[in-house]
Ligand binder design. Structure first.
Ligand code: PMP
Length: 308
Protein backbone atom coordinates (compact mmCIF):
# COMPACT_ATOMS: atom_id res chain seq x y z
CA UNK A 1 0.00 0.00 0.00
CA UNK A 2 1.00 3.65 -0.35
CA UNK A 3 1.62 4.01 3.36
CA UNK A 4 3.77 0.89 3.63
CA UNK A 5 7.37 1.86 4.36
CA UNK A 6 9.92 0.96 1.73
CA UNK A 7 12.68 -0.50 3.88
CA UNK A 8 13.36 -2.56 6.96
CA UNK A 9 16.77 -2.64 8.59
CA UNK A 10 17.59 -6.36 8.81
CA UNK A 11 20.91 -7.82 10.01
CA UNK A 12 22.94 -4.78 9.10
CA UNK A 13 21.31 -3.75 5.81
CA UNK A 14 18.29 -1.86 4.61
CA UNK A 15 16.21 -4.38 2.68
CA UNK A 16 12.93 -3.90 0.80
CA UNK A 17 9.95 -4.43 3.15
CA UNK A 18 8.71 -7.55 1.31
CA UNK A 19 12.15 -9.20 1.43
CA UNK A 20 12.53 -9.02 5.22
CA UNK A 21 11.52 -12.65 5.79
CA UNK A 22 12.47 -15.44 8.18
CA UNK A 23 12.31 -19.24 8.00
CA UNK A 24 9.31 -21.11 9.46
CA UNK A 25 11.74 -23.13 11.59
CA UNK A 26 12.92 -19.99 13.41
CA UNK A 27 13.43 -20.72 17.10
CA UNK A 28 11.55 -17.58 18.13
CA UNK A 29 8.42 -18.68 16.27
CA UNK A 30 8.37 -22.00 18.15
CA UNK A 31 9.63 -21.00 21.59
CA UNK A 32 9.03 -17.27 21.95
CA UNK A 33 12.73 -16.37 21.99
CA UNK A 34 12.55 -12.75 20.91
CA UNK A 35 13.09 -9.44 22.67
CA UNK A 36 11.92 -6.14 21.32
CA UNK A 37 11.27 -2.46 21.79
CA UNK A 38 8.62 0.03 20.81
CA UNK A 39 9.99 3.50 20.19
CA UNK A 40 8.46 6.67 18.78
CA UNK A 41 9.79 9.35 16.49
CA UNK A 42 8.15 12.77 16.59
CA UNK A 43 8.04 15.67 14.18
CA UNK A 44 9.56 18.45 16.31
CA UNK A 45 10.71 22.04 15.65
CA UNK A 46 14.26 20.52 15.58
CA UNK A 47 13.22 18.10 12.82
CA UNK A 48 12.29 14.46 13.25
CA UNK A 49 13.57 13.17 16.60
CA UNK A 50 13.50 9.74 18.23
CA UNK A 51 12.31 9.87 21.84
CA UNK A 52 14.62 8.35 24.48
CA UNK A 53 16.39 6.21 21.90
CA UNK A 54 19.40 5.38 24.10
CA UNK A 55 17.15 4.15 26.94
CA UNK A 56 15.13 1.95 24.58
CA UNK A 57 18.25 0.44 23.05
CA UNK A 58 19.69 -0.16 26.51
CA UNK A 59 16.51 -1.95 27.57
CA UNK A 60 16.66 -4.10 24.40
CA UNK A 61 20.17 -5.23 25.33
CA UNK A 62 19.14 -5.78 28.96
CA UNK A 63 16.24 -7.97 27.77
CA UNK A 64 18.63 -9.92 25.51
CA UNK A 65 21.10 -10.40 28.36
CA UNK A 66 18.43 -11.83 30.66
CA UNK A 67 17.80 -14.52 28.02
CA UNK A 68 21.49 -15.16 27.16
CA UNK A 69 20.77 -13.87 23.68
CA UNK A 70 23.87 -12.75 21.78
CA UNK A 71 23.02 -9.65 19.72
CA UNK A 72 25.99 -9.17 17.37
CA UNK A 73 25.75 -5.36 17.24
CA UNK A 74 26.71 -2.57 19.61
CA UNK A 75 24.17 -0.25 21.20
CA UNK A 76 25.41 2.62 19.04
CA UNK A 77 24.95 0.48 15.91
CA UNK A 78 21.36 -0.16 16.92
CA UNK A 79 20.83 3.55 17.59
CA UNK A 80 22.18 4.31 14.12
CA UNK A 81 19.95 1.62 12.59
CA UNK A 82 16.92 3.30 14.19
CA UNK A 83 17.89 6.73 12.87
CA UNK A 84 18.60 5.30 9.42
CA UNK A 85 15.33 3.43 9.04
CA UNK A 86 13.25 6.49 9.96
CA UNK A 87 15.27 8.75 7.69
CA UNK A 88 15.46 6.43 4.67
CA UNK A 89 11.73 5.74 4.79
CA UNK A 90 11.12 9.49 4.72
CA UNK A 91 9.04 9.36 7.91
CA UNK A 92 8.42 12.63 9.74
CA UNK A 93 7.03 10.74 12.71
CA UNK A 94 6.23 7.13 13.45
CA UNK A 95 6.73 4.03 15.53
CA UNK A 96 9.91 1.95 15.53
CA UNK A 97 10.07 -1.74 16.27
CA UNK A 98 13.56 -3.08 16.98
CA UNK A 99 13.38 -6.86 17.45
CA UNK A 100 16.14 -9.38 18.23
CA UNK A 101 15.28 -13.04 17.88
CA UNK A 102 16.76 -16.51 17.74
CA UNK A 103 16.46 -17.58 14.13
CA UNK A 104 16.75 -20.88 12.29
CA UNK A 105 19.33 -22.50 14.58
CA UNK A 106 17.77 -25.98 14.85
CA UNK A 107 14.76 -27.48 16.61
CA UNK A 108 16.39 -27.89 20.03
CA UNK A 109 14.97 -25.78 22.83
CA UNK A 110 18.49 -24.82 23.84
CA UNK A 111 20.11 -22.80 21.02
CA UNK A 112 23.72 -23.68 20.13
CA UNK A 113 26.13 -21.78 22.41
CA UNK A 114 27.55 -19.80 19.50
CA UNK A 115 24.14 -18.85 18.03
CA UNK A 116 23.81 -15.17 17.24
CA UNK A 117 20.49 -13.38 17.37
CA UNK A 118 18.99 -11.84 14.25
CA UNK A 119 18.09 -8.19 14.54
CA UNK A 120 15.62 -6.07 12.65
CA UNK A 121 14.31 -2.54 12.99
CA UNK A 122 11.06 -1.54 11.29
CA UNK A 123 9.61 1.97 11.28
CA UNK A 124 6.09 2.81 10.26
CA UNK A 125 3.50 5.56 10.57
CA UNK A 126 1.32 5.06 13.65
CA UNK A 127 -1.30 7.22 15.32
CA UNK A 128 -2.65 7.27 18.86
CA UNK A 129 -2.79 3.65 20.11
CA UNK A 130 -6.03 4.06 22.05
CA UNK A 131 -7.41 6.70 19.66
CA UNK A 132 -7.26 10.52 19.44
CA UNK A 133 -10.65 10.56 21.11
CA UNK A 134 -9.25 8.48 23.99
CA UNK A 135 -6.34 10.90 24.49
CA UNK A 136 -8.84 13.72 25.00
CA UNK A 137 -11.81 12.17 26.71
CA UNK A 138 -10.35 9.10 28.37
CA UNK A 139 -10.96 5.40 27.81
CA UNK A 140 -13.05 2.76 29.57
CA UNK A 141 -11.04 -0.07 31.11
CA UNK A 142 -11.67 -3.11 33.30
CA UNK A 143 -9.68 -5.27 35.66
CA UNK A 144 -9.16 -8.52 33.78
CA UNK A 145 -9.65 -11.98 35.28
CA UNK A 146 -6.07 -12.86 34.26
CA UNK A 147 -3.19 -12.16 36.64
CA UNK A 148 0.14 -10.79 35.49
CA UNK A 149 3.16 -13.10 35.36
CA UNK A 150 4.36 -14.40 38.71
CA UNK A 151 7.84 -13.41 39.86
CA UNK A 152 10.41 -16.16 39.32
CA UNK A 153 8.49 -17.49 36.31
CA UNK A 154 8.82 -15.16 33.33
CA UNK A 155 10.63 -11.92 34.16
CA UNK A 156 8.48 -8.89 33.38
CA UNK A 157 11.53 -6.62 33.46
CA UNK A 158 12.56 -8.12 30.12
CA UNK A 159 10.49 -7.03 27.13
CA UNK A 160 10.29 -10.44 25.49
CA UNK A 161 7.87 -11.64 22.83
CA UNK A 162 6.60 -14.45 25.05
CA UNK A 163 5.41 -12.00 27.73
CA UNK A 164 2.82 -10.78 25.26
CA UNK A 165 0.83 -14.00 25.49
CA UNK A 166 -0.20 -12.65 28.90
CA UNK A 167 -0.90 -9.21 27.43
CA UNK A 168 -3.00 -10.72 24.65
CA UNK A 169 -5.18 -12.60 27.13
CA UNK A 170 -5.65 -9.39 29.12
CA UNK A 171 -6.50 -7.11 26.21
CA UNK A 172 -8.62 -9.63 24.31
CA UNK A 173 -10.81 -10.36 27.30
CA UNK A 174 -11.22 -6.62 27.86
CA UNK A 175 -12.03 -5.90 24.22
CA UNK A 176 -14.50 -8.79 23.94
CA UNK A 177 -16.32 -7.26 26.88
CA UNK A 178 -16.45 -3.81 25.30
CA UNK A 179 -13.54 -2.10 27.06
CA UNK A 180 -10.68 -0.24 25.40
CA UNK A 181 -8.06 -1.99 27.53
CA UNK A 182 -7.59 -4.39 30.44
CA UNK A 183 -5.68 -3.80 33.66
CA UNK A 184 -4.19 -6.72 35.54
CA UNK A 185 -3.40 -7.47 39.16
CA UNK A 186 -0.18 -9.22 40.11
CA UNK A 187 -0.30 -12.70 41.71
CA UNK A 188 -0.46 -11.07 45.15
CA UNK A 189 -3.60 -9.18 44.15
CA UNK A 190 -2.01 -5.73 43.89
CA UNK A 191 -2.39 -3.42 40.90
CA UNK A 192 0.16 -4.11 38.18
CA UNK A 193 -0.35 -2.55 34.73
CA UNK A 194 -2.33 -2.64 31.50
CA UNK A 195 -1.71 -5.08 28.66
CA UNK A 196 0.78 -2.65 27.13
CA UNK A 197 0.75 0.36 29.44
CA UNK A 198 1.86 1.36 32.92
CA UNK A 199 -0.67 2.71 35.36
CA UNK A 200 -0.86 5.95 37.34
CA UNK A 201 -3.42 7.07 39.92
CA UNK A 202 -3.88 10.61 41.24
CA UNK A 203 -5.29 11.08 44.73
CA UNK A 204 -5.31 14.42 46.58
CA UNK A 205 -2.73 15.84 44.21
CA UNK A 206 -0.22 12.99 44.73
CA UNK A 207 0.73 10.54 41.96
CA UNK A 208 0.86 6.81 42.67
CA UNK A 209 2.20 4.05 40.43
CA UNK A 210 2.82 0.35 41.11
CA UNK A 211 6.48 -0.50 41.89
CA UNK A 212 8.84 -2.72 39.86
CA UNK A 213 7.95 -5.63 42.17
CA UNK A 214 4.33 -5.58 40.92
CA UNK A 215 5.16 -7.55 37.73
CA UNK A 216 5.35 -4.44 35.56
CA UNK A 217 7.57 -3.57 32.64
CA UNK A 218 9.45 -0.54 34.00
CA UNK A 219 8.26 1.73 31.22
CA UNK A 220 10.28 4.51 29.71
CA UNK A 221 7.14 6.64 29.44
CA UNK A 222 6.49 5.86 33.12
CA UNK A 223 9.94 7.18 33.94
CA UNK A 224 9.32 10.22 31.72
CA UNK A 225 6.06 11.03 33.52
CA UNK A 226 7.62 10.55 36.96
CA UNK A 227 10.42 12.94 35.94
CA UNK A 228 8.08 15.55 34.42
CA UNK A 229 5.66 15.35 37.37
CA UNK A 230 8.44 15.85 39.94
CA UNK A 231 9.78 18.70 37.84
CA UNK A 232 6.32 20.31 38.06
CA UNK A 233 6.40 19.91 41.85
CA UNK A 234 4.26 16.79 42.26
CA UNK A 235 5.02 14.08 44.74
CA UNK A 236 5.23 10.68 43.00
CA UNK A 237 5.07 7.45 45.01
CA UNK A 238 5.97 4.01 43.68
CA UNK A 239 4.10 1.74 46.03
CA UNK A 240 1.91 -1.36 46.22
CA UNK A 241 -1.69 -0.37 45.51
CA UNK A 242 -4.83 -2.37 46.22
CA UNK A 243 -7.51 -2.82 43.56
CA UNK A 244 -9.95 -0.53 45.34
CA UNK A 245 -7.53 2.39 44.95
CA UNK A 246 -8.81 2.44 41.34
CA UNK A 247 -12.37 3.08 42.46
CA UNK A 248 -11.57 6.01 44.74
CA UNK A 249 -8.85 7.70 42.65
CA UNK A 250 -9.44 11.31 41.56
CA UNK A 251 -7.75 10.56 38.22
CA UNK A 252 -6.22 7.57 36.45
CA UNK A 253 -4.07 7.49 33.35
CA UNK A 254 -1.97 4.95 31.50
CA UNK A 255 1.43 5.49 29.92
CA UNK A 256 3.37 3.77 27.16
CA UNK A 257 5.26 4.49 23.98
CA UNK A 258 2.21 3.48 21.95
CA UNK A 259 -0.46 4.77 24.38
CA UNK A 260 1.56 7.93 25.25
CA UNK A 261 -0.46 9.43 28.13
CA UNK A 262 -4.05 8.17 27.94
CA UNK A 263 -6.64 9.19 30.56
CA UNK A 264 -8.93 6.52 32.02
CA UNK A 265 -12.51 7.72 32.48
CA UNK A 266 -14.00 4.56 33.94
CA UNK A 267 -12.86 1.31 35.52
CA UNK A 268 -15.21 -1.68 35.72
CA UNK A 269 -18.05 0.64 34.60
CA UNK A 270 -17.41 2.94 37.57
CA UNK A 271 -16.61 6.57 36.79
CA UNK A 272 -13.14 7.80 37.68
CA UNK A 273 -13.56 11.23 39.31
CA UNK A 274 -15.90 13.28 37.13
CA UNK A 275 -15.75 10.64 34.36
CA UNK A 276 -13.54 12.65 32.04
CA UNK A 277 -9.88 13.65 31.77
CA UNK A 278 -8.71 15.22 35.03
CA UNK A 279 -6.64 18.41 35.43
CA UNK A 280 -3.42 16.70 36.60
CA UNK A 281 -3.59 14.27 33.69
CA UNK A 282 -4.11 17.14 31.28
CA UNK A 283 -1.18 19.09 32.73
CA UNK A 284 1.09 16.04 32.40
CA UNK A 285 -0.12 15.39 28.85
CA UNK A 286 0.76 18.99 27.98
CA UNK A 287 4.20 18.61 29.54
CA UNK A 288 4.72 15.32 27.68
CA UNK A 289 3.50 16.41 24.24
CA UNK A 290 5.26 19.73 24.84
CA UNK A 291 8.56 17.86 24.51
CA UNK A 292 7.67 17.32 20.85
CA UNK A 293 6.09 20.67 19.94
CA UNK A 294 8.78 22.70 21.67
CA UNK A 295 6.63 23.91 24.61
CA UNK A 296 8.54 21.78 27.15
CA UNK A 297 12.28 22.31 27.33
CA UNK A 298 14.14 19.03 26.79
CA UNK A 299 16.38 19.44 29.85
CA UNK A 300 17.18 15.76 29.86
CA UNK A 301 18.50 15.30 26.30
CA UNK A 302 15.68 12.91 25.45
CA UNK A 303 15.41 13.78 21.76
CA UNK A 304 17.75 12.33 19.15
CA UNK A 305 17.46 13.92 15.69
CA UNK A 306 17.41 11.43 12.82
CA UNK A 307 19.19 13.88 10.53
CA UNK A 308 22.62 15.26 11.35
N1 PMP B 1 3.96 -2.40 30.10
C1 PMP B 1 3.93 -3.22 29.05
C2 PMP B 1 3.52 -4.64 29.27
C3 PMP B 1 4.26 -2.75 27.77
O1 PMP B 1 4.22 -3.57 26.72
C4 PMP B 1 4.63 -1.41 27.61
C5 PMP B 1 4.96 -0.89 26.24
N2 PMP B 1 6.32 -1.11 25.91
C6 PMP B 1 4.66 -0.59 28.73
C7 PMP B 1 4.32 -1.12 29.96
C8 PMP B 1 5.09 0.84 28.63
O2 PMP B 1 6.49 0.90 28.42
P1 PMP B 1 7.16 2.09 27.62
O3 PMP B 1 6.69 3.34 28.26
O4 PMP B 1 8.61 1.88 27.79
O5 PMP B 1 6.71 1.98 26.21
Amino acid sequence: SATQPQYIWFNGKLVPWQDAQVHVMSHALHYGSSVFEGVRAYDTPRGTCIFRLQEHTRRLFDSAKIYWMDVPYSESEVNEACRTVVRENGLKSGYLRPLAFVGNVGLGLHPPLDAKADLMVAALPWGAYLGEEGLKNGVDVCVTSWSRLAPNTIPTGAKAGGNYLSSQLISREAKRNGFAEGLALDVNGYLSEGAGENLFLVKNGVLFTPPATAAILPGITRDTIMTLARDLGYEVREQALPREALYVADEIFMTGTAAEVTPVRSVDRMKVGAGSRGPVTEQLQNAFFGLFNGQTEDKWGWLTPVND
